[in-house]
Write a protein that binds this ligand. Structure first.
Ligand code: V47
Length: 364
């Protein structure tokens, strides 16, 4: 394989990876551009096994999308709806808490809560939801509100982001999911989500969260109108932020789903693009402990193969995924643990059921 990588013109990058040297922006671009998928995968796997051995993580989690009402109405999103329109919905605090109550009998360790940028729900709605969940299940880890939502919550609370995060933590917030990052490039944001918090703003919220002791994830929405350079710049910005704070747990590339969006003329991402996004991220983000292949977006079969291309996590049981399914995902809305264990074992990896912070709950 190493002779093959040499022949593919990537020998210098292989050397850097073996020596644990940091890749440059130019290296990142070359990795995205290479047609030699196996060469890229081999290098990503070296990093993956160095960092995570043969472990492949999953989590017993549940998603709750409390409302799709959104003032941002991003062009790539099929989930967000204007308030008062046909398909707009919002749960009351007790309806959101009931979503957790309905499944109290299951050993779910994490609830993942996100919604749109709602124009008039008060700050107390969010803190009451967190408190309500902790009241009925104190041990539940609450991973909630993207950096974009946190920025909005600070505005409605009339407080700084730091103070807002502290209030949310007091109410029960344990960590922050990686959504809303999209592509940090101002060009892409201007064209696809002009109303949304800027890339710089997103990174500032994430770093503030890290400084008050919250772990967060990071994502990148790929496969629409972004260039390879813009993808690498996104990874660079994340790597720099991680150097500063060390608070990111996992990076999750999100494959663009065009159906029912204003960008529905675009195609779905290909398998090669999906694997490249995982593998380049694994090679480039040398300071991120985990790379997640989100089976809901790329399908369980691709997530399984991704475990040999840099990924060490496939997300989890999920249940009731809405955001990707509104945009045409054909995957299931949930996966049971025996199925997650089976696909991981068949990939030759050791299935580890984890908690949110990658604490080991059970090895299979
Ligand atoms: O914030 C929106 C993206 C995100 C589309 O942190 C779309 O562990 C594809 O962030 N096609 C929500 N993507 C999902 C997300 C996530 C999922 C799983 C785990 C974690 C984690 C985070 O999905 C949104 C947005 O960036 N998105 N529309 C679309 N049409």
């Amino acid at each position: 394989m190493e002779a093959f990588i040499e022949k593919a013109g990537l020998g210098d990058i292989l050397q850097k990876i073996k020596n644990e040297e940091r890749l440059s922006r130019e290296d990142g671009i070359r990795l995205y551009e290479t047609p030699h998928l196996l060469a890229l995968g081999y290098m990503a796997n070296l990093v993956r096994e160095r960092k995570n051995g043969n472990n492949a993580y999953f989590i017993y989690n549940q998603h709750v999308n409390y409302s799709n009402v959104c003032t941002n109405l991003c062009k790539f999103c099929a989930f967000g709806k204007e308030k008062g329109t046909d398909k707009a919905y919002e749960m009351s605090v007790s309806e959101a808490v009931d979503k957790v109550r309905e499944r109290l009998g299951e050993p779910i360790s994490e609830v993942h809560i996100v919604g749109g940028i709602h124009p008039d729900l008060p700050f107390s709605y969010y803190t009451d939801m967190l408190k309500g969940i902790k009241e009925i299940k104190p041990e539940m880890h609450i991973q909630a509100f993207t950096c974009v939502e946190i920025d909005h919550l600070a505005k409605i609370a009339g407080k700084s982001v730091k103070e807002t995060l502290e209030l949310l933590m007091e109410a029960g917030l344990d960590s922050i999911p990686g959504g809303g990052a999209e592509v940090f490039s101002p060009r892409i944001r201007e064209k696809t989500c002009p109303e949304k918090l800027s890339g710089e703003g997103w990174l500032e919220v994430a770093k503030t969260a890290h400084r008050v002791g919250l772990k967060t994830n990071a994502t990148m929405l790929y496969g629409h109108i972004e260039t390879i350079e813009e993808r690498v710049d996104h990874l660079l910005a994340l790597r720099e932020a991680q150097d500063e704070t060390g608070g990111f747990l996992a990076f999750i590339p999100l494959s663009f789903h065009p159906k029912n969006t204003e960008m529905s003329d675009l195609s779905r991402t290909s398998g090669v693009e999906d694997l490249k996004s995982i593998a380049v991220a694994r090679c480039f983000l040398d300071n991120f402990p985990h790379i997640k292949a989100y089976w809901v977006m790329i399908g369980p079969k691709m997530a399984q193969i991704a475990l040999s291309f840099g990924a060490d996590d496939v997300d989890g049981t999920v249940k009731e995924e809405i955001i990707t399914h509104m945009a045409g995902a054909e995957t299931e809305q949930a996966m049971a643990i025996p199925e997650l264990v089976r696909i991981i074992k068949e990939a030759g990896r050791t299935p580890i059921q984890r908690g949110t912070l990658y604490d080991v709950i059970k090895e299979y």
